[in-house]
Design a protein. Structure first.
Length: 288
């Protein structure tokens, strides 16, 4: 598939007021793209757009509201004259908890935002993306192919986003448009900080191989996204150390699952998590 020059194109980025979303918007803007930053809070969205300067606007919308996302797309097209790129980045994560102690409403909220929010964002933009042979990025995670112990709703949501992105790429191929699935490891953002700040989160990180959990900054994640857009890449993985595990997941995952079920440190952590009330487990992360 031919490369994609973002200069002169128009990009919409959800969850764009901070973290990976803001840095992606900044990187695309530097390459000459018009930018629409979408966030749940209007003031935050406008302030983020003001950081970028001319050629950027900030709009408020909840990604779980299809009508709101359709209105945002209309506003972007009216302002810029079209829409070529969508980065469906908005998402939330619960603090670590077992499935039986996490409040059902919290579990379902993560699915609502992370899966249906991505779907509704993309659905609203698809007519323009297909007509202009554009590109879509959906933000998954290494949790799409890793054991989601204590992070089950997040892992479920990111596996769903992965499958959505794979199907979307195939369905767009005949139009000349394309799609990427972005898989991120530990990125230094407010969402990961809040999710792993408390003792359970720290212990969960400590139970994982240190070389895999070493974080990278949101700027590096954004650079990976923009590079993936320009290559029309099917997969964007950052940091790259996770790529072999993604490729070999069919062989490695059964072994890792077996290890997790027997690992004394992990099982002690799960037992402790089972004692914690679900009241403390509020989702954290980028506004929708």
């Amino acid at each position: 598939m031919a490369s994609f020059d973002v200069d002169g194109k128009v990009a919409l980025v959800t969850g764009g007021a901070r973290g990976i979303g803001l840095e992606t918007a900044r990187a695309l803007h530097r390459r000459g793209a018009g930018i629409a930053i979408v966030d749940l809070d209007a003031d935050d969205a406008r302030a983020a757009a003001a950081q970028l300067g001319d050629g950027a606007i900030g709009l408020a919308a909840d990604v779980t509201d299809l009508a709101a996302m359709e209105l945002v797309v209309e506003q972007v097209v009216e302002h810029f004259g079209g829409l070529d790129v969508v980065v469906a980045n908005a998402g939330i994560a619960p603090r670590p908890a077992t499935i039986r102690t996490l409040a059902p409403a919290r579990f379902e909220q993560v699915i609502e935002v992370n899966v249906l929010g991505v779907y509704r964002t993309v659905l609203a933009a698809l007519p323009h993306i297909a007509a202009r042979q554009g590109h879509v990025v959906v933000t998954a995670s290494i949790y799409a192919f890793s054991n989601g112990v204590l992070m089950a709703p997040y892992a479920v949501s990111k596996a769903g986003v992965e499958q959505f992105g794979r199907a979307l790429r195939t369905e767009l191929a005949h139009t000349g448009a394309s799609a990427s699935v972005a898989y991120f490891g530990h990125i230094r953002t407010a969402m990961t900080r809040d999710a792993f700040l408390e003792p359970l989160g720290e212990r969960l990180k400590a139970a994982s191989p240190r070389w895999l959990m070493a974080p990278i900054g949101p700027e590096a994640a954004a650079a990976a996204i923009v590079g993936g857009i320009e290559r029309r890449a099917a997969r964007i993985i950052a940091p790259r150390r996770w790529a072999p595990l993604s490729t070999l997941r069919g062989l490695i995952n059964p072994l890792l699952d077996r290890r997790a079920g027997r690992h004394a440190q992990i099982q002690a952590l799960v037992r402790d998590a089972d004692r914690i009330s679900s009241i403390a487990n509020e989702p954290t992360g980028s506004p929708r």
